[in-house]
Design a protein around this ligand. Structure first.
Ligand SMILES: Cc1ncc(COP(=O)(O)O)c(C=O)c1O
Length: 377
């Protein structure tokens, strides 16, 4: 599914030098290595402020808390995402309201959100939290309009979308604040857990910096109850090295995705979406969405049998995500049930992520598509 060593080997010496510099200077927490990464990261995204922290999960919580989201308020998001998109809302003390997805992009459906905004459920709603799933931005033309007309803050879950764009604006600069993850499988990845909040608001950035250090502006004077969620110097140093290469890696991912499209078309397996009948529905790239292909996700009706067939041939695949969030045991407290979000539930039954990473070879892609063709025949 993913071979991280292919990325690591050519960078081996450069990464060792960066890690060595942290050891030489003994700046293990925040400090110059993290500040340098924050500055370079903000410049690459054309966003005013970047605040490094210890994971994407914490970045989501920090973004929400710094935006003033807390008890008595609610935040709307998608049921088809990683658990943290919802758990961070609850961790901020707010209520999570879920709305179904657009079946062609798997992203939060702005029309469904708009409908919700006109319903009693909108009472107390203070933020919309769209997730740029699989590396494709949610429809920020629509969400920006909803933000302007109805007032909620827009918090991007950009964990999977380093370098993605919506109509020329980078993920991370689209909303009031955004959260990134540098988990090792992400397009821009650390050597462990790390995350980042980005924002164009100086006030929000300052509050996030304070909250990531136990609410301290001055050492041992605590203005608010924050948390310890700082980025390590090692991670800052490693991320600074990788930041120089990530645009090229994203380009390579685009080429891999285009090659999959061509191979599936040549094999005669492609069906027009959003739902598959017998074959394969390919990922839908919205024009102007600047997709960075964190994942290449097909839809197919006999998904579980196909996955087993691929596994027997030592071909990796993954399901992001097999259980929609409203059906997770831990989130029964939200009060939804099976049937609440039919699009998310159907997607959870049909999606299959295929191997995609910058160094994936064409012959490996041919093997994947040939195996799927064999299964479907
Ligand atoms: C959509 C989404 N949100 C949030 C997270 C949480 O990031 P992390 O694993 O760095 O805490 C992830 C990553 O796993 C993710 O994919």
């Amino acid at each position: 599914m993913l071979d991280l060593k292919r990325q690591y080997h050519p960078l081996h010496q450069e990464l060792l030098d960066a890690v060595g510099h942290v050891l030489d200077t003994q700046q293990f927490i925040l400090g110059e290595p993290v500040a340098a990464f924050e500055q370079a990261a903000a410049a690459q995204l054309s966003v005013a402020h970047a605040v490094g922290c210890s994971s994407g999960t914490d970045a989501l919580w920090l973004a929400l808390a710094a935006a003033g989201i807390g008890p008595g308020m609610s935040v709307v998001t998608t049921p088809f995402s990683f658990f943290a998109s919802v758990s961070a809302i609850l961790r901020a003390g707010a209520t999570a309201v879920l709305v179904d997805i657009d079946p062609s992009t798997f992203n939060l459906d702005p029309l469904a959100v708009e409908k919700m905004l006109d319903s009693p459920q909108a009472k107390g709603l203070r933020a919309i939290l769209p997730v740029h799933l699989y590396g494709q931005c949610a429809d920020f033309t629509a969400f920006s309009r909803l933000g302007r007309e109805h007032g909620p803050k827009l918090i991007e879950d950009a964990a999977q979308a380093w370098g993605a764009e919506w109509q020329g604006v980078r993920a991370g600069a689209l909303g009031d604040a955004a959260a990134f993850s540098f988990y090792p499988t992400k397009n821009l990845s650390a050597a462990g857990d790390a995350g980042m909040v980005t924002t164009n608001s100086a006030e929000l950035a300052e509050r996030a910096r304070m909250l990531r250090q136990h609410g301290m502006r001055r050492r041992y004077f605590h203005d608010e109850i924050g948390w310890n969620t700082r980025m390590d110097g090692f991670q800052g140093a490693i991320l600074s090295v990788k930041l120089k290469y990530v645009e090229g890696w994203n380009q390579a991912r685009r080429a891999v995705a285009a090659k999959y499209d061509a191979l599936f078309a040549a094999a005669g397996l492609v069906e027009t979406g959003p739902y598959p009948a017998r074959g394969v529905v390919l990922p839908h790239e919205v024009p102007g969405s600047g997709h960075v292909w964190h994942q290449y996700v097909i839809r197919t009706p006999r998904r579980d049998a196909l996955r087993e067939f691929l596994a027997a041939r030592k071909i990796g695949s993954e399901i992001y995500y097999p259980v929609p969030l409203h059906m997770q045991e831990a989130l029964q407290c939200l009060g939804y049930a099976e049937g609440s979000f039919p699009e998310a539930e159907r997607a959870a039954r049909e999606v299959l992520a295929l191997p995609i990473f910058p160094e994936l070879r064409e012959d490996e892609q041919q093997t994947v598509v040939a195996a799927i063709a064999e299964f479907l025949s």
